[in-house]
Design a protein around this ligand. Structure first.
Ligand SMILES: [Zn+2]
Length: 60
């Protein structure tokens, strides 16, 4: 799957925050990937492997 910096993505599982959204935005890409929950604004750091495992689809 193709994704790049600033893309909005849909993950398979919702963030366990009050908004329970599956929408995240890629805010940093390197060896690891940092994504931001678009519900609560918290960021999560994932390895590329883990990110791709959790990724459902790229929205934009
Ligand atoms: Zn959240």
């Amino acid at each position: 799957m193709n994704y790049k910096l600033n893309d909005k993505v849909l993950l398979k599982k919702p963030h366990p925050c009050v908004n329970r959204t599956k929408e995240f935005q890629i805010i940093r890409m390197g060896a690891d990937i940092r994504i931001k929950c678009l519900g609560c604004g918290k960021t999560i750091l994932l390895s590329r492997e883990e990110f791709e495992k959790r990724l459902d689809k790229v929205i934009s």
